[in-house]
Design a protein around this ligand. Sequence first.
Ligand SMILES: [Cu+2]
Length: 660
Amino acid sequence: MNRLTLYSFPFLLTVALLLVSNGCNTTGGPGSGGLVTNAGAAEEVYVAPGQYDEFYAFLSGGFSGQIGVYGLPSGRLLKVIPVFSVDAEKAYGFNEETKPMLNTSFGFIPWDDAHHPELSQTKGQTDGRWIFINGNNTPRIARVDLSTFETAEIIEIPNSGGNHSSPFTTENTEYVVAGTRFGVPYPQNDVAISSYAENFKGMLTFIKVNPESGEMEIAFQVLLPAFDYDLAHSGKGKSHGWTFFTSYNTELKNTLLEVNASQNDKDFIAAINWKKAEEYLAQGKFKEIPARYAHNMYSDETHQATSTMQEKVKVLLPEECPGLVYFLPTPKSPHGVDVDPTGEYIVGNGKLSADLTVHSFSKMLAAIENQSFETTIAGIPVLKYEEVVGGVVKEPGLGPLHTEFDGNGNAYTTFFISSEIVKWKVGTWEVLDRVPCYYSVGHLMIPGGDSQHPQGKYMLAMNKITKDRYLPTGPELNQSAQLYDISGDKMRLLLDFPTVGEPHYAQGISADRVVPRVLKFYPIEENKHPYAALGEKQAKVVRQGNEVHVYMTTIRSHFAPDNIEGIKVGDKVFFHVTNLEQDWDVPHGFAVMGNDNSEILIMPGQTETSVWEPKRPGVYPFYCTDFCSALHQEMQGYIRISPANSTLPLKWSLGEDIVQ
Ligand SMILES: [Cu+2]
């Protein structure tokens, strides 16, 4: 049996604090560490004006709820995609069309904490079609369409709390998964928190993805003990058909987890055989239970989102489904679980362990075959540790979190406490190289680095602490990313750049897999928005009781209509603005004074709606918010608001005066 040297938690904490306080220059000068000594580095990240970057990088926004899209190697910010949080820049969650995207079983939720972007894959390779990302707080999975770079779908995850081990994909995007970090009462219920061990459960969710449309549907959930399921990755190649989830808090504690959940020498990786699950589903061996969750879809035809409430979900119980779940003992509170490109090795990054434990898929299958079980927990066999370990990387660093692969047989693991990335050889387990990170690296990303076919040229470290890396910006500094060249034997730091929100995981993909699919504008003849005006002649204002619908068009450089009278205090005004432009990158904006709402920003060929409830009589200007032409400043209009008892008729015009 392998003997593991385990540092005690207080020791690790002390080391961590020492490193954080000593590692950075806290006196206010520029950081001294990590200076680029390679004079060629600047040239390697320089992308000349007008040239494209080689890779897209999608970094989660963390508590911003969004995705930041960057070019690599330049580190240039290309776009922020609104996903789980309202975004005034793009009117996401402010216009009527996208409000349903943020609907949940709790109602409209304007924010979430987005952690792990995951690109769709075909045959184990990133295919540039969609990127999925999890909302941690109110459990949700979103799908972003990479032809529009807009959020196309969000599905809520029931029976879950802290949707952290999500949304990792299988090699043909058959499924994306969602695992609960928090145990929650099952069913959700008013019970004593101290009844955790008895009443709380952990649920892992498999979401089927339609191979053509990308549409998501919860296929099944697996009911497990209330461990904290932290991260996941699916098998590939030989291990295709399995998904692995790390867990901590196998102690089943509900208070002071920093101590109480660090007691067991080993926690578990839960290995789920989802092909077996499909057999059990086909045999009807599931329980259908009531579960309320929202499913929200955006249509590029109607330019509108719809929200549907789902009412039930299929649950598989491991004790009734032998062969569905096995536990692999893994030291010690493992965080990331990462599968190498061959699918043979499953790296459990035990964050309080001195060594890095790597399980062997073949040995796991043999152990299952031989029934080499230590025990069973809730009907789930626990495999014998020594029967499933494929190798151990000895004392590579402190606080391992995540591992990615370069496709050349090398693995790269981040160490939070010792603030470094360590390169090691898969199979021989020898450490090959190490580089410091500034400071305290969390996730790392190699384009395709969690797929069967990594594009191992660059590696991005996403660091949790910035301190002295950039000009100070008050108590908070944006999180720092660092780009390394990994094409040679030694890793070389090339670039630091600040990010948006708090990046956790990221995904990268070569631009040539995305660019050919990118939409430049929405064809106006395909616009099926019920309130679209598909030409200026269709512009009109219609009163329905106290609702007034303005069918407005916009084209360089005017609105139609641009003078409106006969609207009263107490009316609810819907500005349905259609952008008639049919050219790339010519959005128009619309904003009216005193509206308790954001602007709207309408893409060419699209219709968006802003709702305004005017509060006081007067004449209020509106204007285009996006500088669109030399006469952009002329792109303005007026709306006259009369008292509630006014009898002024509704009239509108463009190019001539309204005569009342
Ligand atoms: Cu404009």
